[in-house]
Design a protein around this ligand. Structure first.
Ligand code: NDP
Length: 403
């Protein structure tokens, strides 16, 4: 039984902490710290009600490294699970280095003043983590996270090489609001308004945001329009699948979402450049995030499924020529809400965060240094993920994707 310290108390953290409490044989003691302690207390209360387990709560500004170091020294956890925002990745990694404790997150570091999703800041910690004899696991959510594990599962069991890979992320849920994001609005809007980038013949090719669209029939959802965009796992996948010729990421958006986002963008509300308002400096996107519905408030009303997966084409392992496989998970918003009080976007991130943590705490995934999901054995992770509510299905397609 291990002691774990979770940072952040949003939707993803709520799911992860509930699922940790449901696996008390691995997560013997759960400590939860965030900027707003009342949010930690609300999660602890729900966990107690649903599972009978106690969660200890604390207030912390995770960007204050000395305060983080003090908290880690006080609790002495085996692992720090960072479910705050990408801006806090580096200070939390610094605190883990100083205290010699393992680290896990679900999103790569992003500077506040630049919408740049890149791993190099965190990869630069590799040697220091290695020397300290500790492990960091990066991106243990769904995408990034499970999508990379899906790709590596195909590479282990079906394909000798992966020539072409498409990640398809469909949220078919309807929350009944005119415009809302299903996870942190600031991070979500920064992501979708950034230029699209995909991997092609050894380099990233940049194209305008939302410039490429296709329609795909998603099982459990129906036909939906998906747009090509940049997503951080393309960087690690292109590194760890060196033969990859083309890698792309697609996300579905409804017409209403696009319409609202276009207007907000046109009037400057999605900008991350500070402006002066009544003598005070504000960042338009942060102000917008403050007035939008809180993602955690959408759980109760969201109906429908998510369907996230990977389509990969390459040379079959059994020597039968080029083959194409589709591996995916379908998750119900209603079932996710019933189990943890959160909708499926938080669920599909929080469960893999718990499973990644379990892999580290049980020693099934281990190493000294900074690691991406692609570097680990996909089998024990996907086995546990299925048992914990997110099973996968895999099928062979009769041809490579034609979009
Ligand atoms: P939320 O905004 O709901 O929650 C973030 C939490 O972090 C809040 O409780 C917030 O505190 C806390 N926080 C923010 N700044 C600090 C700080 N300086 N110190 C301590 N706590 C802080 O986000 P989500 O739960 O939706 O997402 C959590 C993470 O998961 C994000 O990094 C997101 O990018 C990632 N994610 C990853 C996905 C994947 O598939 N890999 C998918 C979806 C999300 P407060 O309550 O005070 O604001």
């Amino acid at each position: 039984m291990s002691k774990v310290l979770v940072i952040g108390a949003g939707g993803v953290s709520s799911v992860c902490v509930h699922k940790m409490a449901m696996n008390a044989d691995i997560f013997g003691e759960i400590h939860l710290a965030s900027r707003t302690k009342s949010k930690c207390d609300a999660i602890a209360e729900s966990v107690k009600e649903r599972t009978g387990q106690e969660v200890a709560t604390y207030e912390i500004d995770a960007e204050e490294v000395p305060a983080m170091v003090n908290l880690i020294r006080k609790i002495e956890p085996s692992l720090v699970v960072n479910l705050a925002l990408p801006y806090q990745d580096l200070p939390i990694m610094d605190a883990c280095l100083e205290t010699g404790v393992d680290y896990l997150d679900t999103a790569n570091y992003e500077p506040k003043d630049e919408a740049k999703f890149e791993y190099h800041w965190q990869w630069a910690y590799h040697d220091r983590f290695k020397e300290a004899g500790i492990m960091a696991l990066l991106g243990s959510g769904f995408d990034p996270g499970v999508t990379s594990v899906f790709a590596m599962w195909l590479k282990k069991h079906k394909l000798k090489t992966i020539r072409q890979l498409d990640i398809l992320d469909c949220n078919g849920g309807d929350h009944g609001q005119a415009f809302a994001t299903n996870f942190n609005p600031e991070i979500n809007i920064r992501e979708v308004t950034a230029p699209a980038r995909h991997w092609e013949n050894g380099e990233f090719v940049e194209t305008p945001a939302m410039g490429k669209r296709m329609v795909f029939d998603f099982e459990g959802v129906g036909a939906r329009a998906a747009y090509m965009m940049y997503h951080e796992e393309l960087e690690s996948l292109s590194k760890f699948i060196p033969e990859l010729e083309r890698g792309r990421f697609w996300m579905t958006f409804g017409d209403e979402y696009i319409k609202h986002l276009t207007v907000l963008q046109n009037v400057g509300m999605t900008s991350i450049d500070p402006i002066k308002y009544k003598g005070q400096e504000i960042i338009p996107l942060q102000f917008l995030a403050a007035v939008l519905p809180k993602p955690e408030s959408l759980g109760e009303t969201t109906k429908g499924n998510t369907n996230i997966g990977v389509i990969a084409t390459g040379e079959a392992l059994d020597g039968s020529g080029e083959k194409t496989f589709y591996i995916n998970n379908i998750c119900s918003h209603e079932k996710a809400y019933e189990e943890t009080g959160n909708q499926a976007v938080s669920y599909t991130t929080g469960v893999p965060a718990m499973v990644g943590s379990a892999m580290m705490l049980t020693g099934k995934w281990k190493g000294d240094g900074v690691f991406n999901m692609e570097q680990m054995d996909p089998d024990p992770f996907l086995d546990m993920l299925g048992e914990q509510g997110l099973p996968y299905q895999v099928k062979e397609l009769d041809r490579p994707v034609d979009f």
